[in-house]
Design a binder for this molecule. Structure first.
Ligand code: GTP
Ligand code: MG
Length: 549
């Protein structure tokens, strides 16, 4: 103990108080920095059973499970407008003052914002219906109503928003008017009567205490046109199709609130100085949306069940993913962040990301294991392959202690590339379906031979295009992590894998994906023992190099 250099002891843990901790800290200092798990040097024969439980070899109940939902359907309702007010000036010596009812406040808007730190859609999935606040009614003395409260929906980065349906009362009214104008249909006398001169319960507010017989005698002006909120110009084009793949500093408008009703001063006319009516606020628009989260990690782990993916995630990050010696321990994706520092506050790897920013960390997505025919939705396959689809780089995790590593790698690639082909076919079929076919005039709306046809819109399909992933999976940079290298008799398996990859690199063997334009600049194999955290320290540097490509 006395022979240990004092400067290598922890500053707060003195040997006097914590002899064991000080000893450990000193030993860590004496160990060589890079502990690359090279086969010749660090193969050991003890199995995981002999390794005592630790962060990397936890007991099956030592894990933290964060709620995770990656799809949900939401109904959004923008705020309705408040009603206008019917009121008159009332002061001493002014018995019958002029109208002074304020306008109703506009309804609240609905915004969406993708933020760092959110990882799942479970909170939204639980809510289902999200409503913005209604505008308050106008008040006397020309006081306008307060605006309704806005709502900001925060979603994780990587969320795709698709519109299922929408109901916009103003657009509907507009459409039917345009239709009438096109067909040259005049309003029927009853309709004219209903809009001008008569009371409509759904449109007008009258002076409190007005009795029906007075109502029948009252003359109402023509209904003012519904007003669009000025903010509506900022709404994205319909149908909504958003891929929120970046952190957003400011929220983005999805649905603007409706306008409030007009107070009674709006209806003052030369022969009518004290109008006793105001209009009701408009109804807010309703949107039904489908949200889908496709994790955007820097590194995606692909492997068979029980290969050791979650252990590898634990070794590289602070994650507490569940680890267990059985297949399908992981049932939902885990995302961990690997911090690139040397535990002294300085970066261990200095790299700039694609946006030119210095990277301090990178994210790793551990998804449930793939089995044969995962692309046909066997096992937990298809649901989670889409999280792999958007990872920037891939690590194929191969268990050296079970079966032929080369065959396993080929099987994994087969599943991944079948999935890619499936997506490609879906996309082609959808593109064909969306070609607009010419319809001669006269074959307009079904069942009505009125010659009016909706203007041709390209996006009329109720279900939308599957989104284009940036890069095809086979073009992503990838490497192989050969894990469980601490187990006996895994060396041969690793050597076979290494020589196979050397042949692929040299072009003597085809790429395991079977595609021509697949990425194969220099495919690395990294032997590791995740359970002992040996060999894993080369992975951050490798990932950062690949991310730069
Ligand atoms: N000896 C040894 N055992 C390991 C190593 N990595 C993982 N294991 C063990 O392998 C078993 C499976 O590990 P997991 O990390 O749960 O495997 P997984 O790939 O996440 O499995 P699924 O979630 O079911 O797909 C556990 O018992 C681990 O302790 C390793 O490097 N060496
Ligand atoms: Mg797992």
């Amino acid at each position: 103990m006395a022979a240990l250099p004092l400067n290598c002891l922890g500053r707060t843990l003195t040997p006097f108080l914590y002899p064991q901790a000080a000893l450990n800290s000193a030993l860590r200092h004496l160990r060589p920095r890079a502990q690359r798990c090279l086969y010749s040097t660090t193969v050991s024969s003890d199995s995981s059973a002999n390794i005592e439980t630790s962060h990397l070899n936890p007991t099956p109940d030592n894990f933290s499970l964060t709620p995770f939902v990656d799809r949900c359907i939401l109904t959004l309702e923008a705020g309705s407008g408040g009603h206008g007010c019917v009121s008159f000036v009332r002061e001493k010596y002014i018995e019958e003052g002029p109208a002074n009812g304020g306008d109703g406040g506009s309804g609240g808007n609905i915004y969406i914002q993708a933020v760092r730190g959110e990882t799942s859609l479970h909170k939204l999935a639980r809510r289902r219906l999200i409503k913005a606040g209604r505008g308050r009614n106008g008040q006397g003395k020309m006081r306008g109503g307060e605006r309704g409260a806005d709502v900001v929906i925060t979603v994780p980065i990587g969320t795709i928003v698709r519109e299922i349906s929408r109901y916009d009362p103003i657009a509907e009214a507009d459409k039917s008017e345009r239709r009438k104008a096109f067909l040259g249909v005049k309003d029927t006398p009853e309709e004219v009567e209903e809009t001008e001169g008569h009371y409509r319960k759904d449109k007008w507010i009258v002076f409190p205490g007005t009795i029906p017989s007075q109502l029948a005698r009252m003359h109402f002006p023509a209904l003012p046109k519904s007003r669009k909120s000025p903010l509506a110009a900022l709404e994205p084009e319909e149908p909504l199709w958003l891929d929120l793949d970046k952190h957003m500093e400011t929220p983005m408008l999805l649905a603007a609130g409706a306008m409030g009703g007009l107070g009674n001063p709006h209806f003052v006319a030369p022969n009518k100085e004290r109008p006793k009516m105001a209009t009701r606020g408009d109804e807010g628009k309703k949107l039904s949306l489908q949200l889908e989260l496709k994790i955007l990690a820097d590194l995606g782990l692909v492997g068979l069940p029980n290969a050791g993916k979650s252990t590898l995630l634990r070794a590289l990050t602070n994650s507490r993913a569940r680890v267990g010696n059985w297949a399908f321990t992981t049932l939902q994706p885990n995302v961990g962040t690997a911090v690139l520092d040397d535990h002294k506050g300085r970066p261990a790897v200095m790299k700039r990301g694609r946006d030119g920013q210095l990277r301090e960390n990178f994210t790793i997505a551990d998804v449930p294991g793939l089995i044969e025919d995962a692309h046909l939705d066997k096992g937990l396959g298809l649901g989670f392959l889409r999280h792999v689809e958007r990872a920037a780089t891939l690590a194929f995790v191969v268990d050296l202690s079970v079966g032929d590593a080369v065959a396993t790698l080929k099987l994994l690639w087969k599943e991944v590339s079948e999935y890619e082909a499936l997506r490609g076919r879906e996309l082609n079929a959808e593109t064909e379906r969306r070609f607009v076919t010419y319809k001669p005039p006269g074959q307009g709306l079904q069942g009505e031979d009125d010659g009016y046809d909706e203007p041709a819109v390209l996006n009329t399909s109720p279900d939308f295009l599957p989104e284009l992933s940036g890069t095809p999976i086979s073009s992503k940079p990838w490497f192989v992590v050969a894990t469980k290298a601490d187990l006996p008799e895994t060396q041969k398996n690793y050597e076979a894998l290494e020589s196979y990859l050397a042949e692929v690199n040299a072009g003597a063997q085809p790429h395991p994906s079977g595609r021509k334009n697949a990425w194969k600049r220099k495919i690395h194999a990294v032997p590791v023992s995740a359970i002992k955290a040996e060999g894993v320290e080369v992975i951050p540097q490798l990932v950062m190099d690949l991310l730069e490509e």
